[in-house]
Design a protein around this ligand. Structure first.
Ligand SMILES: [Zn+2]
Length: 430
């Protein structure tokens, strides 16, 4: 995923510490690094680590609790109440471990996350050896941890100071959305991010009700409103950005906003279709993401790649829309651009962080292989991921996880299932 999208047959990657030092022909690299530890990658594709640009990892424990509702109904009637009854520090600890275990096993090396008890998320991210852009969700109403917005701001400030210089964690300010925060608090969130020099994670123009509210209340589209109150900027990472017309897209480009597409979640909640093709054509950086397991219901970026391209083809009634190579870009270098981290990650190039994934190509469903991009998007899946390296550290090899304890995490998730099911007002239909 370098600028010319080089694909090297029988290639190799040389890593020193956390950094890629050479990419080239295997035979050339082997002769230069005699004393190195070697991972045999024959029969695999070696690709840059996948980037999940928008998640709420801990919600993996809510996988499947409320299905077939619109976003406002789903949030207001089901999710916020399930969170009020269940989300504790312990819940976030095990939920995040479950979410990150699934991500690593599916080749994700970097993720962006906004949730509660985000300090726990940061600790689990470190434990997993993953890279995270993490922000404590700020809302005008009480959250499971912070009982008011002032507490959420104070939490965020402490969180940023604690994690600012960590090599794997990028702390962020995460105002939830324009419909859960007042103008004053949105402005304050942006001001805090700029004072601290950290990114802003926010849901933008996700559902028709948000656009309606914005037009009625402010006479502006959600994106125009965010521009007016000074939130848009080159540090913003906007999840969804579905209800964006040509003028809105021009604004996103002008301010250098990164947008993140969540096709499964958007389809499931019938939120709408992000104008990905128009955004890319306008020069906007667009990443790809799973959103939470409560609205997806997995953390599988291979599935998102597959759905993203097919959704655009149907939506635009054009089979040429969003070809496979472009959607692989969204999951790697495009996602890095959208998260404003493209100088560090997103491609296999000397000087970049050593985040890479080995994908087995020998399965029935991926034989034969004529084109690597088609194979990645249309044939391979998360279970084909063999080995994952993040910042030069092998966190999974031949599907054995070294940083996260799979049996323990699954046992805990089963225990939480009973607890969560008992707490629900409307239990999920069988
Ligand atoms: Zn979200």
């Amino acid at each position: 995923m370098d600028s010319e999208r080089h694909v090297i047959e029988d290639g190799g990657v040389a890593i020193q510490g956390d950094t890629i030092v050479a990419v080239g022909k295997r035979t050339d690299l082997e002769s230069q690094s005699n004393d190195a530890r070697t991972i045999d990658a024959s029969g695999t594709l070696v690709i840059p680590g996948l980037i999940n640009g928008h998640a709420h990892a801990a919600m993996s424990l809510f996988r499947g609790i409320a299905e077939d509702h619109s976003l406002d109904d789903w949030l207001q009637r089901y999710i916020f109440s399930a969170e009020a009854r269940n989300v504790t520090e312990e819940f976030v600890l095990w939920g995040t471990r479950l979410g990150l275990l699934e991500m690593v096993r599916g080749g994700v090396t970097t993720f962006a996350d906004m949730y509660y008890f985000e300090d726990v998320v940061a600790r689990v991210t470190k434990e997993a050896g993953m890279r995270g852009i993490l922000g404590e969700t700020i809302l005008d109403f009480p959250a499971p941890d912070n009982k008011n917005v002032a507490a959420a701001f104070a939490y965020t400030e402490t969180f940023i100071r604690r994690w600012k210089n960590d090599p794997l964690i990028t702390p962020a300010v995460a105002p939830h959305s324009i419909y859960t925060l007042s103008e004053e608090n949105l402005r304050a969130a942006a001001a805090l991010a700029r004072r601290e020099g950290v990114p802003i994670l926010i849901h933008i123009a996700e559902a028709p009700f948000e656009t309606e509210l914005s037009r009625t209340k402010y006479g502006l589209s959600p994106i125009a409103y965010l521009e007016k109150i000074g939130v848009l900027g080159p540090d913003v990472i906007g999840a969804h950005c579905i209800w964006a017309d040509a003028e809105d897209i021009a604004k996103l480009v002008r301010y250098g906003v990164g947008s993140v597409h969540n096709p499964s979640s958007n389809m499931k909640l019938a939120s709408g279709v992000m104008p990905v093709v128009d955004m890319l054509a306008a020069g906007e950086p667009v990443g790809l993401a799973t959103d939470s397991a409560a609205s997806n219901n997995n953390q599988d970026l291979f599935q998102e790649m597959n759905i993203a391209t097919k959704l655009q083809k149907v939506f635009r009634r054009d089979p040429r829309a969003l070809p496979a190579w472009q959607v692989v870009e969204m999951a790697t270098i495009g996602g890095a651009r959208a998260l404003h981290l493209d100088r560090q990650i997103g491609s296999l190039e000397p000087g970049k962080q050593a985040d890479l994934v080995l994908i087995g190509t020998g399965a029935t469903h991926s034989t034969p292989m004529y084109n690597v991009y088609s194979q990645l998007v249309y044939a391979l899946n998360a279970h084909d991921v063999r080995t994952v390296v993040i910042a030069g550290r092998v966190v999974m090899e031949d599907r054995i996880n070294f940083t996260l304890n799979k049996p323990e995490i699954l046992a805990k998730a089963h225990a939480y299932q009973r607890k969560v099911a008992a707490s629900l007002i409307a239990p999920p239909a069988i």
